[in-house]
Design a protein around this ligand. Structure first.
Ligand code: ZN
Length: 247
């Protein structure tokens, strides 16, 4: 086999391995992102629970205050019933009215807090629903990830072994060029040298579409054991059978 043929074989196993790894990584990434959302929702849930507790405590304080005002009102009513002269009666009645207004205001505050409790409980229920949905999504994602690991795992170690074997046939210098291009272009280390017009000696790189000097074609056509790279993208060039038989 020629160097170019060896490089093409390496390219095949390399890009297959990269595609499988990408599938695995995207499944892992999906679960990680969903888990992040779940943690955020748990945070919002705890925050809402704490708000509800605060509103309930404030409502409780108002209720206690209203209760003590109520006791005071009852005492005043007794005094009113027992009052013997109009002046005293008027004074007690006045105080009673004032206190009743105060109690009404306190009760309004209690109601406002209880409304807030109800509102927050509605929000809490929404968050709980979102959380339940998110947990289901995570579970589905984990199942997919497990399946993916099962399917991909075995094939991946096989491809890694094949890649090692394919790499061993390639000189160190060319392997460095290949790996650099493969890392740069996510596995697309090779590009076809395309003849646009052989007579006019017009050639382009099949990956980046940039024009190639005719010397690139000449070098590749004359010696398939030397790696020739694209002037623009530095991918390793190869020619298909049809292409290499022309000119
Ligand atoms: Zn190129």
């Amino acid at each position: 086999m020629t160097l170019i043929a060896d490089l093409v074989s390496l390219h095949q196993v390399d890009s297959q391995g990269r595609a499988l790894r990408m599938r695995l990584e995207s499944a892992e990434h999906f679960v990680a992102v969903q888990e992040k959302h779940r943690v955020q929702l748990v945070g919002r849930l705890e925050e809402m629970k704490s708000q509800i507790r605060q509103h309930q405590a404030t409502a409780g304080n108002h209720e206690a205050e209203s209760g003590s005002v109520k006791n005071r009102l009852e005492t005043l009513r007794e005094q009113l019933n027992q009052s013997t002269n109009p002046k005293q009666y008027a004074a007690v009645l006045n105080e009673l009215k004032l206190l009743q207004t105060q109690r009404d205001a306190i009760d309004d505050l209690t109601i406002a807090q209880l409304d807030k409790v109800q509102e927050s409980q509605g929000k809490l229920a929404e968050i709980e629903k979102l959380l339940t949905e998110r947990v289901k999504v995570i579970e589905a994602g984990q199942t997919e990830l497990k399946t993916c690991k099962g399917e991909v795992g075995a094939r991946l170690s096989e491809l890694d072994r094949e890649r090692t074997v394919a790499s061993q046939r390639i000189p160190q210098r060319d392997l460095v060029i290949f790996n650099r291009a493969a890392d740069l272009y996510e596995g697309e280390a090779m590009a076809e040298l395309v003849a646009i017009d052989v007579r006019l000696r017009e050639y382009v790189c099949g990956a980046c579409n940039m024009e190639l000097p005719p010397e690139k074609y000449a070098a590749l056509a004359s010696n398939p054991n030397v790696a020739v790279t694209c002037t623009s993208c530095h991918r390793i060039l190869y020619m298909t059978e049809v292409n290499s038989s022309v000119g």
